[in-house]
Design a binder for this molecule. Structure first.
Ligand code: NI
Length: 160
């Protein structure tokens, strides 16, 4: 298990557009393993390569309750969106903050897995939100740029 340092908002690397992966070699496989370890360790549901300082079009997501359903997306393309959902979002690169973001409710994404095999995945709800959020990272965009209303401090929120 190897953890990588998560880049925090203000780091210019988070504003850059990532490059496509041309070949999945040992370095890329190690990166993906480290990204999953780093995501799980931080209790996140998604992590994009630029968040660990690598400008490649890769992100990982696991929205399962148990954290045992990792998905790896290489060179992803969102090819279809429908519906709309409005809800709170957070980001490991913007710790302790949340804001409301409207996203498509359903997406179809086409990507390659760690064996460089192409797949299509249909995501709904949180999965769709995570795919759109992580895909934005690959284009240098953070959720706070498209948030509705203020970015709030999570520690000030009361829980029922
Ligand atoms: Ni994020």
């Amino acid at each position: 298990m190897a953890l990588r340092e998560i880049r925090i908002e203000g780091d210019p690397i988070l504003k850059k557009v990532c490059k496509p992966v041309t070949e999945v070699n040992d370095r890329i496989r190690e990166l993906i393993d480290d990204m999953l370890d780093t995501m799980y360790e931080a209790n996140g549901v998604g992590l994009a390569a630029p968040q660990v300082g690598i400008l490649k079009r890769i992100f990982v997501i696991d929205v399962s309750e148990e954290g045992n359903e990792p998905h790896v997306f290489i060179n992803p393309k969102i090819i279809k969106t429908s519906g709309s959902q409005t809800g709170d979002e957070g980001c490991l690169s913007i710790p302790g903050k949340t804001a409301t973001v409207t996203r498509a409710l359903n997406v179809v994404v086409r990507a390659f897995d760690e064996n460089m095999e192409e797949f299509e995945l249909e995501g709904e709800g949180l999965m769709a939100r995570a795919i759109q959020h992580e895909n934005d990272h690959l284009n240098g965009r953070l959720y706070v740029e498209i948030a509705e209303g203020p970015v709030r401090d999570l520690t000030l929120e009361t829980k029922d």
